[in-house]
Design a protein around this ligand. Sequence first.
Ligand code: KG4
Ligand code: ZN
Length: 334
Amino acid sequence: MSRPWILGIETSCDDTAAAVMDPDGTVRGDVVSSQDSLHQDFGGVVPELASREHLAHIRSTVNQALEQAGTPLSRMDGIAVTVGPGLVGSLLVGVSFARALGLVIGKPVLGINHLEGHMFAPFVGREDPEYPFLSLVVSGGHTSLYLVHDLGRYHRLGTTRDDAAGEAFDKVAKLLGLGYPGGARIDRLAREGDPDAIPFPRAMLTKGGFDFSFSGLKTAVLYHLQEAAADVNPADVAASFQAAVVDVLVAKTLAAARKHRITRLVVSGGVAANSALRTRLETACDDQGLSLYLPSPRLCTDNGAMIAWVGRQRLRRDKAPSGERLCVKPRLSL
Ligand code: KG4
Ligand code: ZN
């Protein structure tokens, strides 16, 4: 099917999201119902609360996306839904809802890998990607580098050995008393600080291949806060921590591009919204003649449009499911 209408549904973590994509690939409806305020008091996502909240909001979120698009559900040619990786209870809500909708309208339901959604988010509403490209997926749950040969053909070059970069942002934000989720708050506070004020470690900068490690950096921030006590300058801590993360992400990504002679870089996931990371990547890619593809900040964090995009590509390539029962896959990898 070359020109399908697609509904994309995403509930892998703590955002209930739905989007409608038209036959041209334009996003017609896009709704994200955030649970940030609910999890704020706990300093992180509470799985049981997340799934209950998805249950309470999935119907209205999907309805709003369809209303924005001005299209009835019956017009959809397929429904794309995240099947993993993610929280099992959260995934179950989206997948069960999508299967029910698929039965109602008699259309295929496509199970989408959340990481694949992030990987292709920069291409939502834009030209299809040219292959091969190098992809850095950097979010709250993942930090991995992939060589992408085609849709569905990925070679992982490296991944984090401990915390994901976004997880480190969230934990450091918690240490600084900034609340959850912390990435965007550190980003804002860092603008008032000096990135060279504190020499935080850049773990595995020149070793470990294309693997990452961020848990030592988080511990270094903790020790600094304990030692500096009353003299702590939160903006300097935020800026110096952020600079350490950005240095490692940019250095490893550029090294991988050089080694594999790749000229197209795609950086996505929640941390790709970080302004320092975006600026550094833009400058480095300009200097080295590389093409850089970044999603808009809204498409960096979890959303239904990126899931619809992958579903649309599959339908266009006639890779619709053959009627097997769709299951959640909480530990799915790429
Ligand atoms: O992609 P995402 O919404 O969820 C996962 O799949 O994990 O990413 C959420 C993560 C959180 O850790 C959040 O703190 C981080 O992305 N994040 C940021 C920024 N905006 C969101 N990290 C750094 N700077 C930002 N501006
Ligand atoms: Zn995500």
